[in-house]
Design a protein around this ligand. Structure first.
Ligand code: SAM
Length: 178
């Protein structure tokens, strides 16, 4: 929430939470946003639906069809109204090509002003211990990437990359694509 508020999120925004899981963000974002302004995608529909019923103070604020099963970052059925997107702790666990695919597919949202993503950073071709102890890898999860690669991938998708100074759990690094 703090990262999104840092991007100027207001209740009028329409948020896409990519890889939203059991609504760890949604249980705060759904009450904050106007009803119906939150959309979530995840590879696991059951996880999202369980989160909706058990984590939200008022599940009626989140229509069930706003939780979309999507394992390929195609964002099927997500409307053009989306203004902000976030993928927290998602691309840390997936091959880098998935980040490129997701960003490229986000280009179709004309009102999108920022996407936030977390990654682990390292130039090392071998396993790396992140500042708080998590060991990341160049070729298996949890993945790390060189900073230059992240920036180039964001640029290749047509966005402007910014590495943000926000401190995140487990040494993840927050980026915005605007
Ligand atoms: C570490 S959890 C983070 C969940 C949530 N963003 C959070 O901060 O609590 C990673 C999530 O990514 C989802 N996921 C994994 N592979 C995916 C894919 N290919 N497409 C969409 N979601 C995926 C998992 O189901 C899981 O919910």
């Amino acid at each position: 929430m703090a990262a999104l508020l840092g991007q100027g999120m207001t209740p009028e925004d329409h948020l896409l939470d990519i890889g939203c899981g059991s609504l760890r963000l949604g249980h705060k974002a759904v009450p904050f946003l106007h009803p119906g302004h939150y959309w979530g995608t995840d590879a696991c529909l059951a996880l999202m639906r369980h989160g909706r019923l058990t984590e939200l103070p008022d599940p009626a604020r989140l229509p069930e069809d706003h939780l979309v099963e999507d394992a390929t970052f195609a964002f099927p059925g997500i409307p053009e109204t989306i203004t902000l997107a976030i993928a927290f702790g998602v691309f840390t666990h997936l091959p880098h090509a998935d980040l490129a695919t997701a960003l490229t597919n986000l280009r179709r949202f004309p009102n999108l002003r920022a996407t936030l993503v977390t990654v682990f950073l390292s130039d090392a071709p071998t396993a790396t211990r992140q500042p708080d102890g998590v060991v990341t890898h160049p070729d298996r999860p949890p993945y790390h990437l060189p900073e230059t690669t992240v920036a180039q991938t964001v640029r290749n998708a047509g966005f402007t990359p910014t590495r943000l100074p926000t401190l995140l759990p487990r040494g993840q690094v927050l980026w915005s694509a605007t």
